[in-house]
Ligand binder design. Structure first.
Ligand code: ATP
Length: 436
């Protein structure tokens, strides 16, 4: 589909998944707001990640660390140095700025076509700087975190003490990160404010390679399990010159976007770099000590780092399809039910006073179990299409027979199959169909 990206962006706006931020003021530089459906779907993306990374394991615990942090953290982590800066050139002719590593031709401005007009490259640090407290002095400087990872290293000792975990064990966090990206774009693929889902997994040093393989496989499979076709995904090991300053090996899970292959997640072997840096800079011991054996070491870290917002867009792109039903084209999001904003929609056949009380009773029964939509406007066909377009896996129709037989019809988004189910059995029936 040539204009898949455009179709998804339009759908997001039209149906309330994602809006450009501050739109009434003309928008604000590639920032976005998640609308009523987007907020539901983003929660589901987080929930699917959390379930697989935390809930279904006994070796991973959660954390929600602060977003504001002092310069010392970023000096130790390397983010205030050259490692987290992009090289920026400016065109003297049209004054546009470009990332040097993104230029196809290092001499030619992609905006105005001039050649030989670039300034010398200068390092541009990607962190957002601010001041904490009423005085904007140098000692009040703070940064918005550019990744969630450092919070896990800073709390390593706290978590060892409070949970009594021993390597191999992990700390997981979902939250916002901020990077002053020079070239944001491709909708929410690259934004300056975004959300990450990261795990820091601490292992005995010799076991690093084994766990790296393990996490590469686990993370690749997570996307497949949630419905992305494996041929649209690949696991790409970084070349030596691409590796971050701390990494002994990184692979990216990539998806074939309409604009080319792009990263969904990086799985990095961070070695003992971060714990050692913070131990040296803070003077605190950041190591594991086994009281039983007397063994003491600084664990190695494997980090699967994914983006929640980028991944949500990917699930939308992968789910978007158009097919023909009863001679009409329908747009359908074939989202895995776990990701769909609404699991079910209750649709009274017509907006008659006689049907509304029963339809509302069905709604009330479902609402405490599933995220449920209710729609009684327009024709039933139009309402099915509207639910298909936002990926709702099941519609429940309440009709005039329902008043007599106390049963309703469930319609399946993908197979279009319809079955009659007693209202008393509806929750169980839907739960069976939704549980995977
Ligand atoms: P890129 O090469 O795309 O800039 P990165 O390698 O710097 O990404 P990481 O630091 O590994 O990214 O971050 C982990 C994940 O966080 C990425 O795989 C991506 O899903 C997400 N992410 C990073 N930067 C952004 C951004 N600006 N907007 C949206 N998501 C992002």
């Amino acid at each position: 589909m040539a204009d898949l990206m455009e179709n998804v962006v339009n759908l997001c706006k039209r149906r309330g998944f994602i809006f450009p931020s501050a739109e009434i003021y003309g928008g604000f530089r590639s920032t976005y707001d998640y609308g009523p459906l987007g907020v539901l779907m983003l929660r589901n993306v987080r929930e699917a990640w959390w379930k697989s990374m935390v809930q279904c394991r006994d070796d991973v615990v959660g954390l929600e660390a602060a977003i504001l942090s002092p310069p010392a953290v970023w000096e130790a982590s390397g983010h205030l140095g050259a490692g987290f800066a992009d090289l920026l050139v400016e065109c003297r002719s049209c004054n546009t700025r470009h990332r040097q590593d993104h230029l196809d031709d290092p001499d030619k401005c992609p905006s105005c076509g001039s050649t030989g007009t670039f300034t010398e490259p200068r390092a541009f640090n990607l962190m957002f700087k601010t001041h904490v407290g009423p005085v904007a002095s140098e000692d009040a400087v703070a940064y918005l975190r550019p990744e969630t990872a450092q919070g896990m290293f800073l709390n390593f000792a706290n978590i060892l003490q409070t949970t009594r975990k021993k390597p191999p064990f992990g700390i997981a966090q979902i939250g916002k990160s901020f990077r002053n990206e020079i070239t944001p774009g491709n909708f929410v693929f690259r934004t300056r404010e975004f959300e990450q889902m990261e795990l820091e997994y601490f292992v005995p040093p010799d076991d690093g390679p084994k766990w790296y393989e393990y996490w590469c496989e686990q993370r690749f499979n997570w996307y497949v399990d949630l419905g992305i076709a494996p041929e649209k995904l690949r696991l790409r090991p970084h070349d030596a010159d691409e590796l971050s300053h701390y990494s002994a090996g990184t692979s990216d899970v990539e998806f074939e976007f309409p604009f080319g292959w792009g990263e969904l997640e990086g799985i990095a072997q961070r070695t003992d770099y971060d714990l050692k840096q913070h131990a040296a800079a803070s003077g605190e011991k950041l190591e594991y000590f086994d009281q039983a054996t007397g063994e003491r070491y600084v664990p190695f870290v494997i980090e699967p780092a994914a983006g929640a917002t980028r991944t949500m867009m990917t699930f939308l792109l992968a789910a978007y399809s158009e097919d023909e039903v009863e001679g009409e084209t329908r747009t359908v999001l074939r989202l895995d039910p776990r990701l769909a904003p609404y699991k079910v929609a209750v649709l009274p056949l017509s907006k008659k006073d006689t049907l509304t009380p029963l339809a509302r009773e069905v709604l009330a029964r479902l609402q405490s179990n599933f995220m449920t939509d209710y729609d009684e406007t327009q024709s039933i066909g139009r309402r099915y299409r509207r639910q298909d377009e936002i990926g709702t896996p099941f519609c429940v129709t309440v009709d005039f027979d329902s008043l007599e037989d106390k049963a309703v019809t469930i319609r399946d988004r993908d197979s279009l199959e319809q079955v009659r189910v007693p209202i008393d059995a509806l929750v169980t029936e839907l739960r069976d169909r939704l549980t995977v």
